[in-house]
Design a protein around this ligand. Structure first.
Ligand code: ATP
Ligand code: MG
Length: 245
């Protein structure tokens, strides 16, 4: 499999606070790669750095064989990188349909966009019924589906999801993971940050565990699931381990 995203020796700081140190990770074409770790481990920072929203202090990021380390986010988005951030960030005063259209703002093929929006409505009937209502009327799970639908309309090659299952009911969590599998089956590479380690390891082809900004372990998700250090990664700073579903 050809590498799509290669992060090598990446370090990121916020002022004097070091958030990532010497992090390397590869997402091959067609893969789901999950990044796990306790609160503050640097997961969101890694996704922000891949998008270009925070600069690399050291190391490099390559996408589809091009060095993108110095590129601003809009250029990386145009290459096919999309981030669904923590907390979804949909625009709640806009309608469901307006939110979807925002995802397609860089596309000129209006006819194809229309068909894709209709396909998203076909997949999510709850969104179809509420297409002309303000997005504020959606439940948390529906808002997450809207955020992913909007990201799909950007026609990405790599979709990064930051804790998409956070706050969702068990029903929506399984819907979400079905969707992740389905998008991946259609060829989309996915970089998935999750606190739901069990679910994430069950869908992923590769996994990386961060601890205090460094890679603690990486490799086969099944092997990692059985590794006691995975539990340790969640027990740093005296915190309780998150519930396993
Ligand atoms: N804007 C910022 N300014 C200063 N420090 C920050 C900023 N964002 C994050 N940090 C720090 O960087 C480190 C990594 O944070 P990050 O948000 O990447 O972790 P995370 O793994 O996503 O955590 P969580 O599970 O809580 O979302 C933490 O020590 C955090 O306090
Ligand atoms: Mg985070």
């Amino acid at each position: 499999m050809a590498p799509l995203l290669s992060v090598s020796g990446l370090s990121v700081s916020y002022g004097r606070v070091s958030a990532l140190t010497d992090v390397s990770l590869t997402v091959n074409e067609g893969e789901i790669v999950t990044v796990l770790g306790a609160n503050g481990a640097g997961k969101s920072t890694l996704l922000r750095a891949i998008l270009g929203a925070v600069p690399a202090k050291a190391g490099g990021i390559a996408f589809a064989d091009e060095d993108v380390t110095a590129e601003p986010p809009h250029k990386r988005i145009a290459r096919g990188i999309v981030l669904v951030p923590e907390g979804r960030r949909i625009l709640i005063s806009l309608t469901v349909e307006e939110n979807l259209l925002l995802g397609a703002h860089m596309r000129a093929d209006a006819g194809t966009v229309r068909r894709e929006i209709d396909a998203i409505y076909g997949r999510f009937p709850n969104l179809a019924e509420r297409r002309h209502m303000a997005a504020s009327c959606l439940s948390g799970g529906e808002q997450q589906m809207l955020a992913i639908g909007r990201a799909m309309l950007a026609k990405p090659k790599l979709m990064m999801l930051d804790e998409p299952s956070l706050g969702l009911s068990p029903l929506f969590v399984s819907k979400l993971f079905d969707l992740i599998r389905e998008l991946n089956r259609d060829g989309l590479a996915i970089l998935l940050v999750e606190q739901n380690t069990g679910k994430a390891l069950s869908v992923a082809h590769q996994a990386t565990v961060l601890e205090l900004g460094r890679v603690l372990m990486a490799g086969d998700p099944k092997a990692l699931a059985a590794d006691p250090r995975l539990q340790e990664a969640y027990l740093g700073e005296g915190e309780a381990a998150p519930a396993q579903h």
